[in-house]
Every structure is written in structure tokens, then in C-alpha cells.
Design a protein around this ligand. Structure first.
Ligand code: ATP
Ligand code: MG
Length: 575
């Protein structure tokens, strides 16, 4: 491809709304342009990277036995009403009416549509297992679109749905997708980790997120330094007996009221009473599906709302309003405590081993000291309710854990019968009995994968694309555009490489060498061939990898074959 007959509008300025480096670089390298908040045009270089990711996804999905289809983007409200999500999905769902006044939405995901298809087409155990997928545009009216195409409103997703006759088959389908996803991200040349995750609004019971490891990632992940355990911070389990030993002594001291004027936070109370935060139990009032519940968490720990929701089996949990706190505890915010509290009390496991701790006194400007479980109050239910900390140990093997950051590029779910039951997608099993189909669903953010790749692979000069998803594999820079010999040599190499099926960009712009070097670095093309008058005098051209600093000179006659070998080596280092 000749630069002058193509369209890669690069520029120097960093766009003012681009907070993260991948967004900045994708705009500067001429890969994307914003239309409105969260919607982007993919320019040719951006589209090429996206198409490469899609090609890898297609190959691996097909290899895993999944079958490609394409469903409508606009979906009728009726299906969402049947599943119950018309009410529950919230404002991320873009809703509208057609000319007949029928309600519809732009699909943020396709469980309803695929389940409708399958309930009409699949009736017998003989037609399963089956896995259907598509690569398609989704719309989610994200509350805060940001980071360019990483969290857009309109974006390309690969979504797949599996259908099985029993739990065992569904587990197998899940495993097959787990393996396919691992191959996909490996083949994209990314460093990633599959982590256990919460299930969010799509529902279901079990899921893994595929995280591209990057310090700038929005998600915090935890992994064991010894075994294979890895989880999203939101989900990471805490070992019940892992709460580090707490200062505080037997025998139990007398329950005492202490005046704490204006002291509301753990830090204020700890400083005022000269205790450490881990001797304080904070009492948080939350509302779980309209019912207030008091949650006890050690002062230096944080509540994990997803765990609380799961423990209570609630649809929603949220912090109570000031009014509800006052009604529940008879005290202003900041002084809630379990002693004498007439509300359901749940507590984190770490509370079990505490003695003689400090809690709120359910009265303005009052705390209790030497509070003890059983003697002074009762807990209705204990559970793992807190966010894991670096001081905790691996929930599987007990060895040290480490924290890192990642970008979620893929997510696989076991859905069970949530949608098949709601939409009545049933089949006749071997015994001739009617039974709901068991489903799984599997998503990959295609654009987000490209952005995450850049977030993980860049330097001060620009993108350093892994070769499998780079818009071009090789770029050729002729330095003296008016020098016929230089242009001829550049053309020859260009033809040789293009003929060999290598994606090559010949920068034939009449620009200064420095300008071209900068753009080549910005765009992150893995292999650069520089053709200059000086080198040609010795019959040589210069070759450099974007990921390395050394350059080397190669005889012009061998340049194409040398580059071909390099391309292969780069691919081999990945697969
Ligand atoms: P997030 O927690 O980041 O909002 P999600 O859990 O809503 O993601 P899923 O519903 O599992 O995402 O969608 C599958 C995949 O689609 C995600 O793993 C991600 O790669 C991609 N994706 C989701 N939302 C967006 C978005 N707003 N922009 C770009 N890609 C997205
Ligand atoms: Mg989301």
C-alpha cells in the first residue's frame, strides 16, 4: 500500500478529551475519529487492526466448533419484557419507537434474540450441543463513555451463545470457550490472565473475565504467587480464618460507653480513643431489596457490595439514605452500632475472632468500648463480605497473593436456564421429556482488544503493535523521494513483500525523513525498512524492529527475504 493513495491522517496534537494513552495514540496515529460522545469512525489503519482481531476470533471460534450467524441490531421490546430485562437493564439500554409506535431497543447484547431463535428452531436433544456466534455492532448508553473505543457507546463485539442438554455438556461448552479465548488472546500477542469474576446484570452463576494486563487498566485483579488462582478484586474470596490476629485481650472487658463528640469516621474514632482501626467494627446500614440491613466490617477493611448481594440473595444492595440510617439506628450517621440494634445484622468473618472492640453507640456523639460478640449482641449471619487486601492469603492454597491491573477484553458466563426458562426455550430429551436448554454466553470486545493492546504495548514515541494485529506488518521509508535509485529500490522491496502476502506500507510522501520516522513509530508498525541514498551506495538498506533499538544493514538483494524471515520469527515468538 502506498501512503499517498491511502488515508492515514496522523497528527501531533494530543486530543484534549483523551485521558489514556491508547485513546491519544489511536487518534494521533489516524486510527479513529470521534463523531459524538462514545461513537467513533474507524479510519483505515484502525479498521485494519480491528479486522485482524476479528480474523483471529473467527478462526478460533470456528476451530472450536462455533457457527457464525448475524442477528439484527434492533430488537423488539417484547422479547426484553419476556426476559424481564426491559425493566431491569436500566438506562444503558437505548430504547425508541418505530413508525408503528412499537417499542424497540438497540441491542447491547443478544441473549433474548438468540433464545428466541433457538426456541423456534431447536426442539430435540439431537440438535445439541450447538454454539452460535456473531461479530456485530452493539450499543450501550454508557453513563460515562471514555477512553476512546475502550468504553464506547457504540462498539463491535463478538458474542457467542452455547446450548446444551445437561449441566455436564454446558460445562464442556464453557471449557471449550475458555480454551478458545486463551488461544485468541495469545494469538493477538497479548499478555493476559483469565480471572474469576462476578456475573453482573447478564445473570448466571459463574464467569471468567479475560484481562489484558496493563497498569492503566480499570479493573483490579488478584492472583496467587504460587497456584493458578486469579480473580477480579470484586470477586476474590477471602479465607475465613485468614483475618490476621487482632490485638485485644481475653478476658472480656466491661462494656463501656465513651463520649466521642463529632467523631464519625474510623480514623477520627481511632485517633480520639487511641486504638488502631482494626480494633474498631464499623456498622454500615444498607438497603437490600427495600429492607434495611446492618453490616459489620472491621475498621480497616472495606465492604464488598457484590458479596453482600450474593450472601443475602438480593437483587440490589445500596447504602441507606441518611433518613433510613436514622430510622434504623435512632442516631445520626456515623454512630451506628450493633448493641441494642433492632435490625438484621450480618457480619464479615473477620469479626468472629475479634474481642473487646469499639463500635458506634446508636446515639449522637457516643461509641461503645469493649464490645463483644454474643455477650453484647447477636449476628444473624456471617459471611465473606469484605474486599481482599494484600495482607490476605490465596483462598485456594494459602500462599501470598499479589495485586495487579487489567483491562477486561473478554467475558465468559454460565447462564444456566435463566433465559431458556424465561422465554420457554425447551427441548425433548432422550427420554422424551421436556426440559429447558442450558445456556452459556461468551463476549469479546473487538475494539477494546485493539485499545488494550496499545495500552499494554507502547513507548514514548507511539504504539508498539504485536505483529498479528498491527495495521501493517512492514513499513518502507524511502528517504530521498527525488532520488530515482532510492525510489526504485523501495518499490522493488514493496512489490516483493506485497507479492509474498505481507502487509506493507510504502511511505511515499514527500516529507522530511524525521517526519516519516516519527509517523512510523507513532503507528507502531513492527518492521521498518529504511531506504537511503547513503546505504544504497554500499548496496544496503537498513532494517529495524519497532520493539528494539538496534538497526542492521542488509544487502538490497536480500532485503525482501530477510524481512520475510523476520515476519515469520515475530509470529513464531507469539504462537
Ligand atoms: P464492563 O464491565 O467493562 O462494562 P461488561 O461486563 O459490561 O464490561 P460484557 O457485557 O461482558 O461487558 O461484554 C462483553 C465484552 O464487550 C467485554 O468483555 C468488553 O470487552 C466489551 N465491552 C463491554 N462494554 C464495552 C464498551 N462500552 N465499549 C467497548 N467494549 C465494551
Ligand atoms: Mg458494562
Amino acid at each position: 500500500m502506498r501512503y499517498t493513495s491511502y488515508f492515514i491522517p496522523t497528527h501531533k496534537e494530543v486530543p484534549s478529551d483523551a485521558e489514556v494513552v491508547s485513546h491519544q495514540l489511536m487518534v494521533r496515529a489516524g486510527m479513529i475519529r470521534k463523531l459524538t460522545s462514545g461513537t467513533y469512525t474507524y479510519l483505515p489503519a484502525g479498521l485494519r487492526a480491528i479486522r485482524k482481531v476479528e480474523a483471529i476470533i473467527r478462526e478460533e471460534m470456528n476451530r472450536a466448533g462455533a457457527i457464525e450467524i448475524l442477528m439484527p441490531a434492533v430488537q423488539p421490546a417484547e422479547l426484553w419484557q419476556e426476559s424481564g430485562r426491559w425493566e431491569h437493564y436500566g438506562r444503558e439500554l437505548l430504547r425508541f419507537r418505530d413508525r408503528h409506535d412499537r417499542e424497540a431497543c438497540f441491542g447491547p447484547t443478544h441473549e433474548e434474540v438468540i433464545t428466541d431463535l433457538v426456541r423456534k428452531e431447536i426442539h430435540s436433544y439431537k440438535q445439541m450441543p450447538i454454539n452460535l456466534y456473531q461479530i456485530q455492532t452493539k450499543f450501550r448508553d454508557e453513563i460515562r463513555p471514555r477512553f476512546g473505543i475502550m468504553r464506547a457507546r457504540e462498539f463491535i463485539m463478538k458474542d457467542a451463545y452455547s446450548f446444551d442438554v445437561d449441566e455436564e455438556g454446558a460445562n464442556r461448552s464453557y471449557e471449550v470457550m475458555y480454551e478458545a479465548y486463551s488461544r485468541i488472546f495469545r494469538r493477538c500477542g497479548l499478555r493476559f490472565r483469565a480471572v474469576e469474576a462476578d456475573t453482573g446484570t447478564i445473570g448466571g452463576r459463574y464467569s471468567h473475565e479475560f484481562m489484558v494486563l496493563a497498569e492503566t487498566g480499570e479493573d483490579q485483579i488478584v492472583n496467587c504467587t504460587a497456584c493458578s488462582y486469579a480473580a477480579n478484586l470484586e470477586r476474590a474470596e477471602v479465607r475465613p480464618n485468614d483475618a490476621p490476629p487482632v490485638p485485644g485481650s481475653d478476658p472480656l472487658g466491661p462494656l463501656t460507653a465513651a463520649a466521642t463528640p463529632g467523631m464519625r469516621t474510623v480514623e477520627e474514632v481511632a485517633a480520639f480513643l487511641s486504638v488502631s482501626p482494626n480494633q474498631i467494627v464499623k456498622t454500615l446500614v444498607l438497603v437490600a431489596d427495600d429492607h434495611p440491613v446492618a453490616v459489620l466490617i472491621r475498621g480497616d477493611h472495606d465492604l464488598n457490595e457484590a458479596k453482600l448481594r450474593n450472601l443475602l440473595g438480593a437483587q440490589t444492595v445500596e447504602l441507606a439514605s441518611e433518613r433510613v440510617v436514622e430510622e434504623t439506628t435512632a442516631a445520626p450517621m456515623g454512630f451506628a452500632g450493633p448493641v441494642g440494634l433492632k435490625a438484621k445484622i450480618v457480619a464479615d468473618n473477620a469479626i468472629k475472632t475479634m474481642r473487646n472492640f469499639v463500635t458506634g453507640g446508636n446515639q449522637k456523639d457516643l461509641h461503645h468500648v469493649n464490645v463483644n460478640l454474643e455477650r453484647d449482641f447477636r449476628v444473624d449471619q456471617f459471611g465473606d463480605l469484605r474486599v481482599i487486601t494484600p495482607a490476605d492469603r490465596c483462598p485456594r492454597c494459602g500462599r501470598p497473593i499479589e495485586f495487579g491491573r487489567g483491562i477486561e477484553v473478554g467475558h465468559i458466563f454460565k447462564l444456566g436456564t435463566k433465559y431458556s426458562q424465561a422465554l420457554n426455550a425447551v427441548f425433548l430429551n432422550r427420554e422424551g421429556k421436556e426440559s429447558p436448554i442450558i445456556m452459556g454466553c461468551y463476549g469479546i470486545g473487538v475494539g477494546r482488544t485493539v485499545a488494550a493492546a496499545i495500552e499494554q504495548n507502547h513507548d514514548a514515541d507511539g504504539i508498539v503493535f504485536p505483529i498479528p494485529i498491527a495495521p501493517f506488518e512492514v513499513t518502507i521509508l524511502p528517504l530521498q523521494m527525488h532520488d530515482l535509485e532510492v525510489m526504485e529500490a523501495a518499490d522493488t522491496i514493496h512489490e516483493g513483500l506485497t507479492g509474498a502476502g505481507i502487509d506493507t506500507l510504502l511511505d511515499d510522501r514527500h516529507e522530511r525523513p524525521g517526519f516519516k520516522f516519527n509517523d512510523a513509530d507513532l503507528l507502531g508498525i513492527p518492521i521498518r525498512v529504511t531506504v537511503g541514498a547513503k546505504g544504497l551506495k554500499n548496496g544496503q538498506v537498513e532494517i529495524k524492529l519497532r520493539s528494539e533499538t538496534e538497526t542492521r544493514f542488509v544487502p538490497l538483494d536480500h532485503a525482501a527475504s530477510f524481512v520475510k524471515d523476520k515476519v515469520e520469527t515475530l509470529y513464531d515468538s507469539i504462537e
